[in-house]
Design a protein around this ligand. Structure first.
Ligand code: FAD
Length: 537
């Protein structure tokens, strides 16, 4: 096949226009074009009101050799690279050892799927509930303030991103095709095939729930096993080698290969690993607020007269400002047409995050506006970042009135350094509700100063960003893991053999796609190690 890049067409175009563009570019007669598929489609919105689509296409033609010769100096006509994922191992016959995966978020799920596909029958242990029951608890908390510390926006089947926008983009390189493998498996589990080719794909929360269930059925059909409400409370380590795990209910399960894919909110599990001597380092993360604007403001700014076009959907943004106090403020996990959600995993704390449905049809655009912080801001123990997160989340709970409402303030009041007492035109979407107040004591002074400086700077980038009525809610503290569980080139902990720290919690991913990719990498390492151990017997 031939790969054709940089085929540009205006927003309004038909399939016939696309075909004509291919024929024109390759100077080909229609009968010589057997078939084409879209590998990638993005849009170029740099000229507001004149958005164009840019295609990467794969072409099947009997004239391939001739065309490659004819276009040999054209970097936009090349042979299609092979993007097929290849398994690194296959279970040896008679292998009894069974790998354990702790956590069934995207990382644990993809590690489990890959190990199951290679025949290693993994056992996945998940502290939360299956996704249907978890949805009941999570939506129940949002509507009735009844909080379950083991079943919420962070914990349960599908992991942290289950109730999310399901954005699937990442800047990771994909030399070994694991990223493509993640997207392909998501499509096999029910995601729209467009996620394979559109530039910034997203799944949306309701669809994610079904996909997570389908992936569970696939893992089980391949000999894997998933146990819910099975929190791992102890890792059994003997002379620096993992021997098994102990569950909260006292059950002991033996294994020399334990993947720890516990996400960034499993603070009790981080503490347990630290107590047991597993090497952990503190890591930078970010803190801040969620901000809500009318989605129409973002659409009109980004897309001009083409705002609202069904091919473009709700527009997003990405902002960054380097402040005079040396801090950087940036937008994080922007959810077009979405909703701000209560994302705590602990009692008596308030944490914000964002989600949206596939249609992204909500009235508000929301995004984290966060400040980067480093271990110098929380010196001491490797777990000191968690103490900082906890104190900010407890303060937000208090400022919100102690009822799980999020403390909120209008941007105009935040900039004028006065408390808010009344909402304006933007109705915040956070459930169970927003308690208006003064947010200036909700974050360290340096972070408040940085955000106060960044908002007017963002207004220079998106006219109206600093609108008086836009609503800030706090606090955004779970942007990434505050720790890194260091691993070596063999993907095992640098001081505990057989322990495979993985995914976002261990510091090796930052989002659904990269967590899935890390799950695959770790599954490959586990499979190779199991094969080696079997060969030595
Ligand atoms: P997690 O998804 O956190 O999964 C860890 C799992 O381990 C959990 O299910 C937890 O219950 C379980 N666990 C923890 N401790 C134990 C234990 N001791 N025993 C057994 N099980 C345990 N990312 C994107 O890319 N796009 C988005 O649109 C997006 N939106 C988000 C919206 C929200 C509301 C949230 C909270 C996150 C969002 N993210 C998004 C981030 C994304 O969800 C995470 O990056 C991703 O889920 C990390 O995957 P993971 O598997 O490493 O960890």
């Amino acid at each position: 096949m031939l790969r054709l890049t940089e085929i540009k067409l205006p927003l309004e175009h038909t399939e016939a226009d696309l075909q004509s563009a291919i024929l024109k570019k390759l100077r080909l007669a229609p009968e010589s074009l057997r078939r084409y598929t879209i590998f990638k489609r993005s849009y170029d919105a740099r000229k507001r009101g004149a958005v164009s689509f840019v295609y990467v296409l794969d072409i099947e033609t009997p004239k391939q050799a001739q065309l490659l010769q004819q276009f040999k100096k054209d970097p936009h006509v090349v042979p299609t690279p092979d993007t097929t994922y290849r398994y690194v191992a296959k279970v040896p016959s008679g292998l009894e050892a069974r790998p354990i995966i702790v956590g069934n978020g995207p990382c644990g799920m993809f590690a489990g799927l890959l190990l199951a596909q290679m025949g290693f029958c993994p056992l996945i242990l998940e502290r939360g509930k299956a996704v249907h029951d978890r949805s009941v608890d999570t939506f129940g908390f949002w509507s009735k303030r009844k909080f379950n510390p083991e079943s919420n926006a962070q914990f349960g089947e599908g992991g942290a991103g289950t109730f999310s926008d399901g954005k699937l983009y990442s800047r990771i390189k994909d030399a070994n095709r694991q990223g493509r493998k993640v997207l392909t498996e998501l499509v096999n589990a029910g995601a729209a095939p467009e996620i394979l080719y559109i530039n910034k794909p997203h799944i949306g929360t309701y669809r994610l729930v079904k996909i997570v269930e389908n992936m569970r059925h696939t893992i089980e059909s391949l000999g894997g096993e998933i146990r819910f409400q099975s929190r791992v409370d102890t890792i059994d380590i003997e002379n620096g080698q993992v021997r098994g795990v102990m569950l909260a209910n006292g059950d002991y399960i033996r294994s020399d290969h334990v993947v720890v894919a516990i996400g960034h909110s499993a603070r009790d599990t981080f503490e347990m690993l630290h107590r047991q001597g597993v090497y952990i380092e503190p890591k930078p993360f970010s803190i801040g607020f969620r901000v809500e604007h009318p989605q129409t403001l973002i659409n009109e700014f980004r897309l001009g007269s083409q705002a609202g076009h069904p091919m473009l959907g709700a527009a997003d943004y990405q902002l960054v400002h380097h402040c005079s106090n040396g801090r950087s403020v940036y937008s994080f996990c922007m959810c077009p047409g979405g909703q701000v959600v209560a994302a705590t995993s602990e009692l008596g704390r308030v944490v914000t995050n964002g989600m949206s449905q596939y249609e992204r049809s909500g009235k508000n655009a929301n995004s984290g506006i966060v400040v980067g912080i480093t271990p110098e801001d929380y010196p001491g123990s490797p777990l000191a970042g968690i103490d900082l997160q906890r104190s900010l989340e407890a303060r937000a709970f208090e400022l919100g009135g102690g009822t799980y409402e999020a403390p909120g303030q209008l941007i105009g009041d935040f900039l004028a350094q006065q408390p808010s007492t009344q909402l304006g035109t933007v109705k915040p979407s956070y459930k169970p509700g927003v308690h208006l107040c003064d947010l200036s004591s909700s974050l360290p002074d340096y972070a408040i100063a940085a955000i106060r400086e960044a908002i007017p700077a963002f207004d220079q980038q998106i006219k109206g960003f600093a609108m008086h009525d836009a609503v800030l809610t706090g606090v955004e503290t779970r942007t990434s893991s505050p720790i890194c569980i260091k691993r070596g080139d063999d993907y095992q902990s640098i001081n505990t053999k057989g322990l495979y720290p993985a995914g976002e919690g261990a510091g090796y991913a930052g989002g659904i796609l990269s967590a899935g990719v890390d799950g695959i990498k770790v599954a490959e390492a586990v499979a190779l190690s199991l094969m080696e151990a079997a060969a030595c017997k």
